[in-house]
Design a protein. Structure first.
Length: 167
């Protein structure tokens, strides 16, 4: 994705979130072409947002959703049309939520919370992997040069690794 496409996505992410949530946003001009459109929805919070592409190469925004239930799903927004679909978390969120997530070089969105590690593939789209792991949630995540995803967990200072190319 080129810089112009990323800039366009950045400019439309917040308004699209508001549109997808059906909430009329108040806009504040921050100067230099930036606008603050307010909270996307008064009922749910985002816990990680990335701009990427779907299986057809269309620009999409992935948003982890959080409310009183925990991290209950991923909202996938078509950045061109504003249409959105929510993909429910395939395991019980247990009131917990993502504190760290990462979009990998293979275009997979990862997180680790409520002692579950999961992978969301926007090209499918859907959750393509989830597994119970060390307690409890990632406070940081990274991808190494081999494509292995690493998660540093809290509260027990654990390290979890996931190799997406390993069967």
């Amino acid at each position: 994705m080129d810089c112009h496409a990323l800039k366009t996505l950045a400019i439309v992410i917040v308004p699209l979130l508001a549109l997808a949530a059906g909430v009329a946003a108040q806009t504040e001009d921050l100067g230099n072409g930036f606008r603050h459109h307010g909270v996307a929805t008064p009922v749910s919070n985002h816990r990680g947002t990335v701009a990427t592409v779907d299986g057809d190469g269309n620009p999409v925004v992935l948003v982890w959703l959080f409310d009183h239930r925990g991290g209950y799903g991923i909202l996938m927004i078509d950045a061109t049309t504003g249409e959105s679909v929510t993909y429910p978390t395939p395991f019980p969120p247990g009131g917990d939520t993502p504190y760290a997530s990462i979009l990998s070089s293979r275009n997979r969105y990862y997180t680790h919370f409520n002692s579950w590690f999961c992978e969301f593939d926007p090209t499918v789209p859907g959750f393509t992997f989830y597994e119970q792991t060390a307690r409890q949630m990632a406070m940081s995540m990274t991808e190494d040069d081999s494509g292995v995803i690493w998660s540093a967990s809290y509260p027990n200072d654990g390290i979890v690794s996931f190799d997406p190319l390993r069967p």
